[in-house]
Design a protein around this ligand. Structure first.
Ligand code: NAP
Length: 485
């Protein structure tokens, strides 16, 4: 078992107590850098999940007031900041991203709780200025009920922070299911929740184990009123189908296929710097990573050269080794997908400019992939159509505004996109035509706690972050009050 003061136990947390699986079965959590087993966690199933739902549903009666919720949110923000380094270490060991980057994710996560605490009054009752139908009207943001929060492995603390901050702000008890690839950061978070807060038993519950039985139980139970999911579009589709009988409210943060559009009139050095920061974060395994790099033809040679220079200087290795820029991919399946995309692109005529092989690395468990750049990418290639989720930079070229827009929108996804141009007029004309909910203009920056983030098209629906995110777990109740006589 990984030795950490934040992991005194490797268990789930149900109704205020640490628990194993009923049948004592477990599953291993491994370090993707070297394949060592970090811990064994309970492989829970329907029975444990039902108990967690029952506890959460019962805790709804404890319905805390706004002042209590604000205090909880502030305490979590502080606890995350206080334990940034150790949480980051656990995160790096199970995910692979560099330790400095992992600590940055912890601070990012803390920011969601801080933001929710600062803006909690947005959920206070509101009285209408008007008196329609001769009544005084009040609008209340009521907790929607017990909620389920299901998170992916690529941001083990960031993704739960987005959901849990809003659920607590709304006053909703939750049942949380982390990815089986990175559940230890979640266990550590629960250790902090237990220590730092006076949450009523059952207000937060953690179930770990195989997704199918747990997910089906969450979907089937009428007491779960909202299911908030971040993950792949294919699982998102299953959840839409499965939520129909109970008419459950869904928030779906699904896959992306981000275009990174560089016009010849842009500052190419800045565009290249931003691309490197955007593309290689998390080993290229983020939903907002640039997936297709579109460069205006006259700038293509110069831009490719700048990207190759920068990408070639990145140091690949174990995320716990100081100086590492790029850790391993999450597992061998992740590696195989990037390899398939690269082979497919080269087979179809793309030119390999950099990478393709990480070279010998100590402790290699088969998941390291070197920064790789290919040029001459076309829309029939797998790396254009699918999310690569790895350190592959596929470059295509275009001529003029219209072709840039058509190529950028040539995907079923609509999460993040980026456009680099020094021409304000051009940006003003192009940005409204981009079918993406996030458009970085001269920046490769992704989401922030202060702004709403989510998807269009098959990237999902609902928003996390910003004032909009605070409303995902409430039901609006209107109370028109007439004169008593
Ligand atoms: P995934 O395979 O869809 O899994 C996501 C979570 O759902 C995991 O906890 C998984 O548990 C669980 N799950 C799997 N099948 C389920 C089912 N039938 N019912 C209920 N839960 C189920 O996705 P991933 O590989 O972890 O994450 C990568 C994907 O997430 C990428 O497509 C990425 O773009 C997307 N993503 C989107 C955003 C966004 O903001 N839009 C942010 C981050 C990531 P197990 O691990 O136990 O299988």
């Amino acid at each position: 078992m990984l030795d950490s003061p934040l992991l005194p136990q490797a268990q789930g947390f149900i109704d205020g107590r640490w628990r194993g699986a009923d049948d004592a079965t477990t599953f291993p959590v491994t370090n993707p850098a070297d394949g060592t087993v970090l811990a064994e966690l309970p492989a829970m199933g329907p029975m444990e999940t039902v108990r967690a739902i029952t506890a959460a549903h019962r805790a709804l009666a404890a319905s805390p007031d706004l002042a209590t919720r604000r205090r909880w949110l502030e305490a979590i923000d502080q606890a995350l900041r206080d334990h940034q380094e150790e949480l980051g270490r656990i995160l790096t060991l199970e995910h692979g991203k560099p330790h400095a980057e992992a600590q940055g994710e912890v601070l990012y996560a803390a920011g969601f709780f801080a933001y929710a605490a600062r803006h909690l009054d947005a959920l206070a009752p509101r009285t209408l200025d008007e008196r329609p139908r001769d009544c005084a009207w009040t609008v209340h943001a009521r907790p929607a009920g017990a909620v389920a929060l299901v998170t992916p492995w690529n941001f083990p603390i960031g993704m739960i922070a987005k959901k849990l901050s809003s659920a607590l702000a709304a006053g909703c008890p939750s049942v949380i299911k982390p990815s089986s690839k990175t559940p230890l950061t979640m266990v550590a978070l629960f250790t902090l929740l237990e220590r730092a807060l006076d949450l009523p038993p059952g207000f937060v519950n953690l179930v770990t184990g195989p997704a199918g039985p747990i997910g089906d139980t969450l979907l089937a139970d009428y007491r779960i009123r909202v299911l908030s999911f971040t993950g792949s579009t294919s699982v998102g589709r299953d959840l839409i189908r499965g939520s129909a009988p109970g008419v459950k409210k869904l928030t779906l943060e699904l896959g992306g296929n981000a275009p990174f559009v560089v016009f010849a009139d842009s500052d190419l050095d800045r565009a290249a710097d931003q691309l490197i920061a955007n593309k290689f974060r998390g080993g290229g395994q983020t939903c907002v990573c640039a997936n297709r790099i579109l460069v205006e033809e006259p700038a293509a040679d110069a831009f490719c050269q700048k990207v190759v220079e920068r990408a070639g200087a990145l140091r690949v290795g174990d995320g716990m080794v100081p100086g590492t820029d790029l850790g391993p991919l999450i597992d061998r399946a992740g590696y195989d997908k990037v390899r398939r995309h690269l082979n497919d692109a080269v087979d179809r005529g793309a030119e390999l400019l950099l990478g393709g092989d990480p070279g010998p690395l100590s402790g290699d468990h088969g998941a390291f992939f070197a920064p790789t750049v290919v040029r001459g990418v076309t829309p029939e290639m797998a790396c254009w159509r699918e999310e690569t989720f790895g350190p592959l930079v596929p470059v295509a070229t275009f001529n003029g505004d219209d072709e840039a827009v058509v190529l950028a929108n040539d995907t079923d996804f609509g999460l993040a996109s980026y456009i680099f141009t020094g021409d304000e007029g051009r940006a003003g004309r192009i940005i409204p035509r981009l079918e993406f909910a996030h458009v970085g203009w001269n920046t490769g920056s992704g989401p922030t706690p202060e702004a709403p983030f989510g998807g269009m098209k098959q990237s999902g629906f609902g928003r996390e972050g910003g004032l909009e995110g605070l409303f995902e777990f409430v039901e609006m109740q209107t109370v028109p009050r007439g004169d008593p006589t």
